[in-house]
Structure formats: C-alpha cells, structure tokens
Design a protein around this ligand. Sequence first.
Ligand SMILES: Nc1ncnc2c1ncn2[C@@H]1O[C@H](COP(=O)(O)OP(=O)(O)O)[C@@H](O)[C@H]1O
Ligand SMILES: [Mg+2]
Length: 235
Amino acid sequence: MKMSEIIKIRGLNFGYDEEVILKDVNLDIRNGDFVALVGPNGSGKSTFLKLLTEQISFQQGEIKLFGQNINEFSDWTKLGYISQEVKEFNDSFPATVKEVIGANLYKEFGRFKLLNLRLDQKINRVLELVDMLEHKERQIGNLSGGQQQRIFIARALVSEPKVIFLDEPLVGVDIENQNKFYKLLNRLNQELELTILIISHNIEAVIQYANRVFHFAKQKITPLSASQVVESSLC
Ligand SMILES: Nc1ncnc2c1ncn2[C@@H]1O[C@H](COP(=O)(O)OP(=O)(O)O)[C@@H](O)[C@H]1O
Ligand SMILES: [Mg+2]
C-alpha cells in the first residue's frame, strides 16, 4: 500500500433491502485530499459516508481504511464524522463550549477523571484552530449557527483525526458564514494536512477549495473536473 492512500474502495455494491444505492464503486482518496461529494437528493451521499464509518455494512466489494480492511479497522479516532442529523443546540442546552468539546475526549480521560491541564490544552488548541477560543466559557446554545458549526468542527478535531467527514454541515447557515466556514476547512486542510470529505450543495463555494469532486447519480460515483462541475451545475 502507498501510505498516502487512506481510503481505497473496490467493487463496492450496496443496497437497502430492495433498493440498489451504489453499484461497482472504485475510488481512492489520498492523504490531504479535499473532496466534495455532490449530487441530487437521494443519490446515496449520506449512505456513502455511513459505509465509510461502518454504521452500515455493504454486500459486496472492499473498503480499506489506512490500508486495513474496514471490518478489521479499529483506530476510529483517526476519523471524525459530523452527521447530517446533529444541527444545533437550542438555547437551553446545559453545557458550555468547553464541556461540549471535552465530552469527545471522555474515552481518553473520563476513566481517570483527568480534567487536567492536558485536557484543557487540547481544548484550547482546537478552539484556536477554529478561531473560537474567546467563546470557551459560553453556553453552546447561545452561539449563532455559524459559531456552533465551528464548535462541531473543534469537537471533531479534538481527538486529532487524520480525516473528517462532513454531511451537509451548512444547512441553515447564511452565505457569508458558509464562505468563512469553507475558508476554515481550507486552512485545516493546508495546515494540518487534514483530509476532508464534505457533502455540499453549495457547488460554487466548495469547488474553490476541493481538489476533487465526486458526483453521485444513478448508483455511480463519477469524478468530475472543475469545468464539468461548472458546466453541469448539477445540484
Ligand atoms: N436506513 C435506510 N433504509 C432504507 N432506505 C434508506 C435508508 N437511508 C436512506 N435510504 C434511501 O437510500 C437512498 C439514498 O439516501 P441518502 O444516502 O440519504 O441520499 P443523499 O444523502 O444523497 O440525499 C434514498 O432513496 C433514501 O430514501
Ligand atoms: Mg444526505
């Protein structure tokens, strides 16, 4: 295996009961890729990310993560996932920014009740990365939608993953904040060499930063060049 290949998919077939969703998918994702996943509703984008995070299992083919078959893979801290379902904390959610991020380190620290310097340093580091350090002590529910998105990213980053999957993270976020968010992802991609897979309907924004675009349609995943994306305005 080339070390730079972090996801390798061969002959992948997946369907829910009667409905075939993906047929004979073959693709590789390399370390440092910024991948946009685009395509119409119902084309299988969320399903694809669920397959890659082993929330569902496929019928045929092979998925390798970091060189290992997915069913043997165990180092899930290398992957961060932000699902389509989690969107916002409401006003009365009883936790601060610091607590929400720290909760994602529970496995590492919880058993030993090490609410210590190291935990705090990790939280500060990710808040700095997303430019939210000054909001550390605030109630999460009082932040704007765009700010909460940054906190979701910080929470995903705190376990120091190599790759993050984002399923339509910007629904309900205004255009200005969407652009800021893409710039942030771009920075994380460049500075941390974080590999990013993002499902997005904002094609114009995402193709500014993505080095690869995969289009989902008719049970296939097709790589597109930038000019093809613009031409077809697919989503
Ligand atoms: N848990 C499920 N059980 C059965 N069918 C599902 C399930 N989740 C999604 N589907 C169906 O699979 C297809 C692809 O869904 P999805 O991956 O959510 O598409 P996308 O994210 O591209 O909008 C849709 O037709 C959807 O209704
Ligand atoms: Mg979806």
